[in-house]
Design a protein around this ligand. Structure first.
Ligand SMILES: C[SH](C)CC(=O)O
Length: 270
């Protein structure tokens, strides 16, 4: 009930995702700077799937829940959620999702590099594929459906991109819904253009390490300037930031809108 303190109702727990995600590091910082750690609050590490199923259950029973949330993501389409205000700006304002490559990729595969310079889309366009995959459609099929629906955009992305002859390309990503969408779309387009694309899912830190050690050629999943700042710093000089492939992303703590009296991270202490 509204009177009972939120902390005990939630066992002082924020429901998180995979440990290496930047949003998790930012949330640990938030626990410190908002004085929540001293108030017994903790961050539960799990996975995107576990977090979204906990969210689904809480909403089903109209129970309180605080999650690590981000846009673009289907959870904001499927459920009525709101970000908690972040007066200390721990999570930063809007984020970009950047495309990064290993050093030397432009020289070894100028055509695919050209594609990466062209590739960019909006949160709404990404959400189209994300929702299909969330509804159980195979990511490759959801990607093909996007290509069929956006022929002009795909033609633009392929402008000046020479056909491949089976050259191998490796894309590393983290299995967040947003990255499953972008990685499968780019794989599909480049495979059809004659390249042989392998996609590898891993945790965030190994993804950056894979590009930095040239184990992978590309990642479409660099959340910057804030969320992956720690990795960008750790691997400074060991990757090429080609461009933002999406603008207007965002991360933070989020709650269902029925939690009327919780509107800021500060309110968690009440
Ligand atoms: C969960 S967001 C997609 C990215 C991140 O937190 O590292």
């Amino acid at each position: 009930d509204a009177q009972q303190k939120l902390g005990p109702q939630l066992n002082y727990t924020i429901t998180g995702i995979d440990a290496g995600a930047g949003i998790m590091g930012n949330t640990q910082t938030a626990l410190q700077v908002y004085g929540l750690k001293t108030a017994n609050w903790q961050l539960q590490t799990s996975s995107t799937a576990a977090m979204t199923s906990a969210l689904n259950k809480a909403i089903q029973y109209k129970q309180p829940i605080v999650i690590t949330g981000w846009q673009p993501h289907w959870m904001f389409t499927k459920y009525k959620l709101k970000f908690l205000k972040d007066p200390k700006n721990v999570y930063g304002k809007t984020e970009n999702i950047d495309t990064i490559t290993r050093i030397g990729f432009k020289q070894s595969n100028p055509a695919v590099y050209k594609f990466l310079q062209n590739f960019n889309w909006t949160p709404t366009e990404m959400s189209g594929i994300m929702l299909k995959v969330n509804n159980g459609i195979d990511p490759a099929k959801a990607a093909q459906a996007y290509i069929d629906k956006h022929p002009q955009q795909v033609k633009q992305w392929l402008k000046g991109v020479a056909k491949g002859h089976g050259q191998k390309v490796t894309i590393a990503y983290v299995a967040w819904d947003s990255e499953i969408a972008s990685t499968n779309l780019v794989k599909r387009i480049l495979d059809k253009r004659g390249y042989q694309v392998t996609i590898q899912a891993m945790e965030a830190q190994p993804m950056w390490a894979a590009v930095a050690t040239k184990a992978a050629d590309i990642s479409l999943s660099a959340w910057l300037p804030n969320t992956h700042a720690i990795y960008a710093k750790q691997y400074k000089g060991k990757y090429v930031d080609v461009r933002a492939n999406l603008h207007g992303a965002r991360t933070g703590l989020a709650v269902p809108t029925y939690m009327k009296n919780i509107n800021s991270i500060e309110d968690l202490k009440n």
